[in-house]
Design a protein around this ligand. Sequence first.
Ligand SMILES: [Ca+2]
Length: 379
Amino acid sequence: MRMSVRTPWVVLCVLGACLPLPGTAQDGTIDSSAGPLRVETVADGLEHPWGLEFLPDGRMLVTERPGRLRLVTAEGDVGAPLAGVPTVFAEGQGGLLDVALDPAFAKNRLVYISYAEPGEGGASTAVARGRLEDSALRDVQVIFRQTPKLGGGNHFGSRLAFAPDGNLFVTTGERFKFEPAQDLSNTLGKILRIRPDGSIPADNPFVNRRDVAPAIFSYGHRNVQAAAIHPQTGALWAIEHGPRGGDELNIVEAGRNYGWPLVSWGRHYNLRDIPDPDTRPDLAQSIYQWTPVIAPSGMTFYTGRLFPTWQGDILVGGLVAKAVVRLKQDGKSAEEVERIELNARIRDVVQGPDGAIYALTDEDNGAILRLAPEARAAP
Ligand SMILES: [Ca+2]
């Protein structure tokens, strides 16, 4: 059975009988197209956890939006905040955001974080990296920062995704200021492509234009908080928040304009009009959109062994949907096929080394949830 996204219930299924229970996300068994799913809280007591990454040793690195980075063991023991994390602008949607491991982490121990960086004029999205030790990030360097800093607490992005070629994609937002997403002299409302040390790849699409910020890979984005590399094509796929309606899934191509705020599937609350139609031939077309919104957070392509029927599927967290949303995709197009209702704002979705699905709940007392099949067929 499938519950409405607005209903404040979870579904408890026992031996095939499903019973809705009130409350927040909790341990139990819920129904899914892959059979009953066991949902368990691996750890809680995390304040608005935002990004999660597994280390090769099975531990997790988790960000908390107020500015803490912690190690969490597979058993759920939550470590003290790591030293060395830069001061963040922890207001509104700002704070410590995503975390990513260097592709050569096993050798260099480098960890990347994105965050809202405070400074004169307000804040802006920044990326830093440091070497992970058990109690600290060491030798932390800021490898990217937007300029100038701006007032307001909205639309900082930001997800980090390493491409197969070793470059780092950084997604941003337009700080709720609309037009900057079309202005190529800044990095607001853009997806950026940098080298791991923050330098600019020589084959970025606008490196030969002096009037363009050279880190720009694509533009016309509103607020991109979900991004992942397609496991077969190697392309970056990203999902951004629409205004009132119009969350969109985009395949991100070099140099392309994704339209915001010239066009949108949504309506911009009552602040201003976004013209119809929802796209134009000269603008990149999203491959899927949600109206009403799910409020997309983190995403992953599922490639694990626990869910054979979900191979290659997109799993994206929904803040408003309070669910993990599953989409089928074929490398060129995608379509939602299922919502795994969790009755909590979901901020990130990650595949664990065990093939289970891990989700962060965006709450004052946020949790790491683990989703796995309740019972597996005998071999
Ligand atoms: Ca668009």
